[in-house]
Ligand binder design. Sequence first.
Ligand code: GLC
Length: 585
Amino acid sequence: MDADTQPEADFDREWWKEAVVYQIYPRSFNDSDGDGVGDIPGIIEKVPYLDDLGVDVVWLCPVYDSPNADNGYDIRDYHAIMDEMGTMDDWEDLLETVHDHDMRLIMDMVLNHTSDEHEWFVESKDRDSEYSDYYYWRDGEDGELPNNWTSIFGGDAWKYDEEREQYYLHIFDEKQPDLNWRNGDVREDVFEMLHWWLQKGIDGFRLDVINLISKREGLPDGEDNPGWVGWEHVINGPRVHEYISEMHDEVFADYDIMTVAEMPGCGVEDAKQYCGEDGDGLNMIVHFEHADIPYKPGGKWDLQDVDVDLDELDDLDDPDTHFNNWDLNELRDVLTRWQIGLEGDGWNANYLGNHDHPRTVSRFGDSGFFRVASAKLLATLQFTLQGTPFIYQGEEIGMTNVEWESFDELRDVEAIQQTEELMERHDADFEDVRHVVKHRSRDNARTPVQWSDEENAGFTDGEPWIKVNPNHERINVEAAREDEDSIWQYYRELVDLREDNDTLVYGDFHLLYEDHPSVFAYLRTLGDSGVLVVLNCFARNETFTLPPNLDADDPELLIGNYDDAGDDPTEFELRPYEARVYRIS
Ligand code: GLC
């Protein structure tokens, strides 16, 4: 649809609603100096590439000074750039280059915790220091820990500090102590620092685990569960809205920016309180309800539903399917709930993968025979739901999970701790749990972007900090750009389609066929305009019939992932992982 045929606007246009976001995990993006670690000059080299893809906003994962216990999510100095990544001058160049390309830059900001090497934490070990109350310091009673909470990464959430002679709370790694947001001085310092970045001209923030900043008074014991103990006292805590609204009023309200809040354990009703009309002023939420579906009830590393012995896993006909055995009803229910729930009252962030999950096509699609078709289908889903689409680096060429051959290949703090616990719990060695790692480790998403079929996938001239996926010989950007049927080209088309079509951005969502086992179909409508989306989510053939109450008036196929789809959506055969999008009025 061209601009002339766009329906009359009766909605609030916002640049961050119309934008396509691309997430960069800098360590793994592009290395310019041969030290094996991606860096800021490496990103600058690739800004034209992002522009070619049609990206509007770059989300940069942390590049601040950090000892890298959690690859930058443990910030030692909020005002400095990590040596491995470059300098503040490099960063300024990046911002300028992004802006020169008419794109925007949002920074990942970690405010729930700092590094234990941050000056505030170091000072807070002295009980007389002005930073004494910047973190959660507690005594243990009778040799016991202050409470039974565990860390999301495994093990206890408390660590004893010899100098202060007290325990401190760390919901993540022991090198990531939690900030005490109850202390007004903490909030004041944080807000000042946020202004400092915004004054540099950035276009917004992605706020890391921001719904974890208010812990329940008294830090009571958590209920026993196979995953993270204590979460109910940490997630969406009692004062969280007060803190976030304060941050909005004191900082964000002064700028025209995009705020994306990462919120584990956030449901759609909670989300409205954060990003709805009467909410705290955030723009959108990265929730986990759909992303967690292929995991088991106790979380990512819970094996209770793996109904075979670990040492038999290798003998399964198809261990990949065994791990990613998800139900379309569940996915459809979650996405529909969020689509309808936030319609007119909030906004969705449509992502399927990021640096915290294994690769999207390996989880929700098929990383083998139907890799290309299924990656295109998943992209179609992301670009045709209401909300802002987020592309995670490498998704645009359908990068897949990796075979981890030995424990030494793992790099991620979570993967290392959880794999160790798993081996201990099951008295197993790495070979026995290899499949679990392949389907659960965050390292899968952190292998370097595959730029070419050259050595190290063209990512570095040096020794890469993490394994490169050997399939880069086949799957790489260079090849994808040369192939007119590639996933990359399909993303390009989706970007254009969404850009020219307000119905895809602002239109309402209507679900068709509530419980079809393979086909996810919906309608987007805006005024008189309608777009029909039909996605056959598995590797079987299906038939689609347009519901009789819908008229396809002068229909037109807007995009599809098989090249011989017809223009009539009334009734058609769907092939494995087939996706079709029709304009129907
Ligand atoms: C978020 C980040 C993740 C990090 C954690 C702790 O979930 O996305 O990578 O490990 O927070 O900061």
